[in-house]
Design a protein around this ligand. Sequence first.
Ligand code: HEM
Length: 234
Amino acid sequence: MKKLYVHPLPVRIWHWINASSVVSLILTGVQIRYVGLIDVMSLELAVSLHNWIGFLLLGNFFLWLSFYLFSGKIGTYHPELSPKKYYAEAWRQVRYYGWGIFRGAPNPHHISPGNKFNPLQKVSYQIIMLLVLPAQIVTGVLLWDVERFSSTVTLLGGVRVVDTVHVLIFIFFAGFLFIHVYLATLGHTASAHIKAMFTGYEETDDEPGAAEPERDTKEARPLVVAPMVSTQLH
Ligand code: HEM
């Protein structure tokens, strides 16, 4: 196993502050939404925590943005392929997650410091970080002080519209968390990717930056491993 440094320190700090903030915002958000049905804490405390953590998430977003813009690594999220090649590789990854992985097939994506994400990760993380998360932050800030931002709220269709968008994105993040955490457990051990998000180092037996060979699921390793036969000549 080789160790590849793929997650720089600012990304790791951002990620874990972001993850704990999103989880806390979901929990306090549920308390705010279902007050009376769920009473783990008072509404005032839930609103206050939700607001403070929301602003922490906002500041932390700029840590992520500044790091990727100023380090010139924003390309990490960009699939540098023609659309045709991109769809072919993305499909290969879908087949791996939906089928190949259950048959012991190797992951078609080979991680390297310059190419740490597979095609599906690149596009989904790009949409989340540049569209969904900013939309959630903006709607959250507008709902935080509706009077102060009344002209913008009206421009967007009123409090109901802004609140509905905020709740729909909350549902999206709750679903995303399940998928994201499940996919994060698919390393060479269940905790390998999660450990890497703490240490910065991914463990791999691939050559760094090795070209991704075309693979067919037919080549998948069988689940029952045949006994090793020595082919060494004596
Ligand atoms: C608490 C549960 C979470 C766990 C265990 C977790 C785990 C991980 C792991 C292991 C990675 C490394 C790369 C990968 O496997 O995709 C990663 C990357 C990433 N995660 Fe999470 N994550 C969590 C929550 C979140 C949340 C709530 C978000 C919401 C936006 C998020 C967004 C991202 C992004 C954008 C990356 C790529 C970061 C980069 O390297 O630039 N994660 N996560």
